[in-house]
Structures are given as structure tokens and as C-alpha cells.
Design a protein. Structure first.
Length: 199
């Protein structure tokens, strides 16, 4: 069972650690030290729910509902482009570049943004529900649940390190130019991800 758990851990890590909208959002929140615990919790719990759904076999239902995935794809496209615009505006507006500048968004607004970035991304369904669900099926019962627990543990470890470990990079982001580069990079990443969703 330990081997199955480690396989799930490795498989989950290989998908979760990939650069994406969710990781960029968690990194930025960690650097700014704004609502880090709720953001990490939302990401970890969302992944755990999606992984559990995939392990339980929901992936077959998702695969059988292409229209639902298509709707999520275009909503995600619009959302990512909107997020790119906000990131680009932050990069171009010097007054918004330091970690302490401006009014921090409320917990509710931050949680809403995190939920949208997580659940409006069709890749999250393809990766966690379909792919991890399919991989878990190779291990039968109860092995597939052990595999799922390994994948969920990878999510817990990654988002905890990314969110709470970002503060160690804070000295680098003490300069406004670093924030300008980060936000410009996030803007470009969001546009690329949005385009990849629809091509």
C-alpha cells in the first residue's frame, strides 16, 4: 500500500506543481501575506474533492458531458483574460506594486477569486478528475483510494509550501520592479492559458 500511496503522491505532484493560474494566485497571496491560510485551504480542499470524485468514478460522467466542459472552457477563457487585464494594470501602475501598498481585498473577495480560478479551469477536471481517476482505477479496491490519498497529500504539501514559503522570497519583492515583473509575468501566463483553453 505504501508503494501505491507514493505513486499517487508522485502522480499528483507532477500535475499540481505545473505552473498555472492557481499556483500564480497562491504565490502572489503568499508574497503579499494576505489571507494565505484560507487560500491554501480552498486549493487543498478543492483538489481533495476533485481527486475523490475521480477515484469514485465521476470522471466517466464528466467525459460523457462534453457540453458542460465546453461551457466551463469558455467561462474559464473569459475569466483568465479578465485576470490578465488586472495583473497587467497592476504591473503598469507603480502605486500598486509593493506588498504593503493599497487596500488588501477582503477575505470574501479573495476566497471568491480563489474559487473561481480553481473551479472555472477545465484543466482541473481533466487532470484531477479524469487523469488521476483513471490512474487510480489501475489499483483496484482499496488501492485506488490509497492512490487518491497520495495525490491529495501532494496537493496539501505543494500549496502549503507555495503559500507559506513565499514569505522567504519577500526580500526579493521589496523592490517595486520585482512586483512589476511578477505581475507582468502573471498577465502573460493568464493570456497563454486562456488561449490554450480554446485552441
Amino acid at each position: 500500500m505504501l508503494a501505491i500511496f507514493l505513486t499517487g503522491l508522485g502522480s499528483g505532484a507532477s500535475l499540481i506543481v505545473a505552473i498555472g493560474a492557481q499556483n500564480a494566485f497562491v504565490l502572489r497571496q503568499g508574497l503579499r501575506r494576505e489571507h494565505v491560510l484560507p487560500v491554501v485551504a480552498i486549493c487543498v480542499l478543492s483538489d481533495a474533492l476533485l481527486i475523490a470524485a475521480g477515484v469514485a468514478g465521476i470522471g466517466a460522467l464528466v467525459k460523457a458531458a462534453p457540453l458542460a466542459l465546453e461551457i466551463v472552457r469558455w467561462v474559464g477563457f473569459a475569466f483568465l483574460l479578465g485576470y490578465a487585464v488586472f495583473a497587467a494594470r497592476r504591473a503598469l501602475k507603480p502605486s500598486a506594486l509593493t506588498a504593503a501598498s493599497g487596500v488588501a481585498p477582503s477575505l470574501l473577495a479573495t476566497a471568491g477569486m480563489c474559487l473561481a480560478i480553481t473551479w472555472l479551469n477545465p484543466h482541473v477536471y481533466l487532470d484531477t478528475v479524469l487523469l488521476l481517476g483513471s490512474l487510480s482505477a489501475d489499483h483496484g479496491d482499496p488501492g485506488r483510494w490509497v492512490f487518491g490519498a497520495g495525490a491529495a497529500t501532494a496537493s496539501l504539501l505543494w500549496f502549503s509550501v507555495l503559500g507559506f514559503g513565499a514569505r522567504f522570497a519577500a526580500p526579493l519583492f521589496a523592490r517595486p520592479m520585482s512586483w512589476r515583473i511578477l505581475d507582468a509575468g502573471i498577465a502573460v501566463l493568464m493570456v497563454v492559458l486562456a488561449v490554450l483553453l480554446v485552441v
